[in-house]
Ligand binder design. Structure first.
Ligand code: FAD
Length: 511
């Protein structure tokens, strides 16, 4: 049924003040600065969002640019460190590491990824180094280097192919300050009910304290509660439990000790995996697991042993239940769901905040002017569904490629149902190393190549174009990439040196 967003979309009401709510408010208020729109965020008192020690993908650099924000200021406020990729330990089999470094791997050749040329070379001579060894981010991760020197350009900074570790609760607070400076209004309280018009649109929401807030467009950022999209509008939730088995997490933080690696570590455990997220003054640790295969108590015990905590150390675990899947609609009537209220999948590739960002950017591009919004809404829903499903497939591939047989969980996770798209994608790759029609932007074909080759899955042959390229030329390109990376690596400062500089500035300013 067709639905009109109010004659002109002037009053925007955002329900929920976690990372997604305040990111929506900050980005919208930045883009709509001079317009007539009013933006209101309704947030209950208490913690702002999850804040277990989170990480981003590279799109966060772009987010800072869109907000006109200073990277150093964000890092100081959010206890942030740099992230150049993810190291997966014991995923393929115990004792084996594979990597997902960010950015282009080495160089693009005739506009193409290095991968087919690397593949042709390794098929022909069998002597190439692993694909990941041509990535500057991989080399920098191993050498403990930062993506750039303080406020200086570098090959990694120029291509904006680095990311951050941070405290998401602090990030929400920092985004809130920015939004309030841009004129966003804040109401303290929680939404109890939504008042629906005859058309089915939401006219207003009522808070537990009784206040009624009217709006033209409502953005549901209420996290797993999904108070408008799921509860008020009754939009169905599609569970992904048959694809992804993990549905719980237990998390804690300890004071930082020792080195601060510029990458996230994901360590496979008996019924899931543990994250190690290095913050400026803490280490965030957590275990994402499947409640079908391990109890909460056993998961906490396994995480404690993994982290080598002694029993009397007194760490308080934080248990989280995860609603894994997505809403059927992302935009329904005059409600748009952003963040966890729209969907969620385990944070293996740190995709949560990126998906919120993508949702907000697409909403800004398709912002309704008041006329019939059906075509915008259809486009938004199709695009967001495609992006969410593709990220789910990418995350599921990590399990699919594992060879572990040492626990029932790993066998079940590998054999879980996969989507038709993922099947087609893997078949095409297996034949000729091609990946077709990727849409999600967060994970480019380079990310897939890292994951597949790192798990020892190689195509039967290289595509004709690369197989017929002059072998000497390919060989010399590979050698020159290594030489350029070595040079670039020498010019990058140690990660910890840059962090000391960034976080010492904060101390100096505070005193
Ligand atoms: C264990 C775990 C680890 C994660 N790690 C990462 C990571 O490394 N990287 C990443 O990108 N993402 C990660 N995520 C996801 C990330 O936390 C979220 O994507 C991000 O915090 C955005 O959340 P949100 O704002 O949508 O929801 P939330 O953070 O849950 O915020 C929802 C807000 O809505 C409010 N609210 C609820 N009900 C109402 C109501 N009735 N009225 C008004 N307000 C209401 C809540 O109080 C809260 O402030 C992780 C998630 C989990 C569970």
């Amino acid at each position: 049924m067709s639905s009109k967003v109010a004659e002109s979309t002037k009053r925007i009401v955002i329900v929920g003040g976690g990372t997604s709510g305040w990111m929506t408010a900050a980005l919208m208020s930045q883009v709509m600065r001079s317009s007539e729109q009013s933006i209101t965020v309704i947030e209950p008192p208490g913690p702002r969002g999850i804040g277990v020690g989170e990480a981003s993908v590279i799109s966060m650099v772009q987010l800072l640019k869109q907000l006109g924000a200073d990277e150093v200021e964000m890092m100081q406020r959010c206890e942030a460190t740099y992230k150049l990729g993810i190291r997966f330990c014991d995923w393929y089999e115990k004792g084996h590491d594979n990597w997902h470094p960010f950015g282009v791997c080495g160089a693009r050749i005739d506009g193409r990824d290095l991968f087919p040329f690397w593949l042709a070379d390794s098929k022909r001579f069998g002597t190439s180094e692993p694909y990941e060894a041509y990535s500057l981010q991989w080399a920098a991760s191993n050498a403990g280097k930062a993506p750039h020197a303080f406020h200086c350009p570098s090959p990694i900074a120029q291509t904006q192919s680095y990311a951050f570790h941070f405290n998401a609760e602090a990030l929400a607070g920092w985004l809130r300050d920015m939004a309030l400076r841009n004129g966003v209004k804040e109401i303290a309280g929680a939404v109890q009910n939504a008042e629906l018009a005859e058309s089915g649109d939401v006219n207003a929401v009522t808070l537990f304290a009784g206040e009624r807030v009217e709006g033209d467009l409502f953005v549901d950022c209420s996290g797993f509660q999904s108070v408008l999209m799921n509860k008020a509008l009754g939009d169905p939730f599609e569970s992904w439990n048959s694809y992804l088995l993990c549905d719980r997490a237990v998390a804690f933080k300890i004071p930082a000790e020792g080195s601060v690696p510029p990458y996230t570590k994901s360590h496979a455990l008996s019924a899931g995996w543990a994250w190690h997220i290095p913050l400026a003054s803490h280490l965030g640790l957590g275990y994402v697991y499947s409640s079908q295969f391990i109890s909460d108590e056993a998961a906490w015990e396994e995480l404690r042993q993994h982290a080598q905590l002694n029993p009397g150390a007194g760490q308080e675990p934080r248990f989280l239940k995860m609603r894994v899947g997505r809403q059927q609609s992302f935009w329904k009537r005059n409600v748009v769901a952003i963040g966890l209220s729209a969907g969620f999948l385990e944070p293996l590739e740190s995709s949560g905040i990126h998906l919120s960002q993508v949702g907000i950017e697409l909403l800004l591009k398709s912002f309704p002017s008041g006329r019939n919004a059906d075509s915008l809404r259809d486009h938004y829903n199709q695009r967001m569904a495609l992006i969410y499903d593709e990220v789910r497939d990418f995350v599921q591939m990590h399990y699919r490629l594992s060879r572990r047989t040492d626990s029932a969980f790993w066998i079940a996770a590998r054999e879980a149902e996969i989507s038709g798209d993922l099947k087609r994608r893997l078949n095409l790759y297996d034949e000729v190393g091609m990946l077709d029609n990727l849409q999600a932007e967060a994970f480019t074909e380079t990310s897939y190549f890292h994951l597949l080759t790192g798990n020892k899955r190689l195509p039967r042959r290289a595509p004709a174009l690369a197989a017929s390229a002059d072998p000497h030329m390919v060989h010399s390109i590979l050698a020159s990439i290594k030489a350029q990376n070595d040079q670039a690596l020498r010019d990058l400062p140690p990660h910890e040196e840059l962090l000391r500089r960034i976080h010492r500035i904060q101390l100096a300013r505070a005193s």
